[in-house]
Design a protein around this ligand. Structure first.
Ligand SMILES: *Cc1c(COP(=O)(O)O)cnc(C)c1O
Length: 381
């Protein structure tokens, strides 16, 4: 079976991890701070806080933004559930903004309408989690301009988008128009640390807060401990109820080694996406919008003349590991129990009903991609 996604591990990645095992600290050594510096250099962000998953990163980003019970967080229905769950961890309510059927990202005009309604009803969100779906950046400048008058904090869920740039040419993660950007290093994402993630920010206060939330709420920063502890090098203090969301040095070493290859990985993903655009242009499919600056985490087609279940099963039977991204978040029983209804976000649901994810990852060979294209053509006749 040709999978829909797969990590690419190189010999030097394995060596980097073995070196930590043989010679270094397993956790809280040199690798995590170096990984954080390298993420800053790559994205242009001022600070990076490495964490043990993208989900942990979304949680502490919401906490650092001050999300608490009584607040509301908005995101889109077409994403992984973690984009919404982070608000629930903080006891906040979730609501959704429908997607744009062309970009498949947050629908900017739906956002404007919803904000004006919410302003009138005093139900404005504290935070919007903006998801760069499949690694195509939202127009963050436009979203920031729209949300600024309402004093809303923007958190970018860039789990798909490390390596992408926004329409203005800034690297995703530079946080030009947002308070924080969250990355994931799960094996199917742009680079992997096995499990892992990071929160990027240009705000020193947020960076310090994120660092504490990721490590029990505890700090050893002399500036925070007060002069009376200046000659007590053992002293530390807990200021918030934090978590142990730290990344280990083993994971960071893998992440560092992978980050060194990111340009090749992204170039390969873009080339494969371009091949699909060309080869599938005449089929009864809606193709993703071209994006030369995208990270191309996933490649979804929408079926316009065939039953999705039939096509999915036929391709699986032919050894093509197609998938579907994502079940609309508000369809999950957990969110239905919170009162969401099917039919509430029609563009998201229409997209979901037609969507099919084709294999795309840096290690997908030309032969295997041609096999995917050939089988898809045969199934769609
Ligand atoms: C993968 C993913 C996450 C969660 O990342 P983990 O590292 O697996 O916790 C969050 N949001 C989106 C959109 C994702 O695809």
């Amino acid at each position: 079976m040709i999978p829909y996604g797969k990590h690419t591990l190189l010999e030097q990645d394995i060596d980097a991890v073995v070196d930590v095992l043989k010679n270094q600290f397993l956790t809280q050594g040199s690798q995590v701070p170096l990984f954080e510096q390298e993420l800053c250099r790559y994205t242009g962000a001022q600070s990076a806080v490495a964490v043990n998953s993208g989900t942990s990163g979304l949680h502490i980003a919401c906490l650092a933004a001050g999300v608490k019970p009584g607040d509301t967080v908005w995101t889109v229905p077409i994403s992984f559930a973690a984009s919404a769950n982070c608000a629930r961890y903080c006891g906040a309510s979730v609501d959704f903004v429908d997607i744009d059927p062309h970009t498949r990202n947050l629908n900017v005009s739906a956002l404007v309408d919803k904000l004006h309604l919410a302003a009138a009803e005093h139900t404005l969100p504290k935070v919007i989690v903006v998801v760069h779906f499949t690694g195509s950046s939202n127009d963050m400048a436009a979203i920031a301009a729209i949300t600024e008058p309402f004093n809303i904090t923007l958190i970018e869920d860039a789990a798909h988008a490390l390596g992408a740039s926004d329409p203005q040419g800034h690297k995703v993660g530079a946080c030009k128009y947002s308070a924080m950007t969250v990355l994931s290093f799960h094996p199917v994402k742009s680079i992997t640390s096995a499990e892992g993630g990071a929160v990027l920010t240009n705000d020193d206060e947020l960076a310090a807060l994120l660092r504490r939330y990721a490590s029990h709420g505890i700090t050893r920063e002399p500036g925070m401990l007060g002069d009376e502890h200046a000659d007590e090098p053992w002293f530390y203090a807990q200021f918030e109820l934090g978590y142990n969301y730290r990344l280990s040095d083993l994971h960071a070493a893998l992440g560092r080694s992978q980050l060194a290859h990111i340009d090749e990985f992204i170039a390969r993903r873009r080339a494969l996406a371009e091949n699909y655009h060309q080869a599938l242009a005449d089929l009864p499919l809606i193709l993703p919008q071209p994006d030369a600056n995208g990270a191309w985490h996933l490649y979804m087609v929408e079926l316009t003349a065939h039953d999705r279940t039939d096509v999915f099963n036929a391709l699986r039977a032919r050894g093509i590991g197609v998938n579907v991204h994502y079940i609309p978040i508000h369809w999950h029983p957990y969110y239905q129990q919170l009162g969401f209804k099917r039919g509430q976000f029609p563009q998201s649901e229409a997209y979901y009903n037609r969507a099919l994810t084709l294999p795309l990852y840096p290690g997908l060979s030309a032969d295997n991609q041609n096999e995917v294209i050939q089988q898809l053509k045969e199934v769609l006749v």
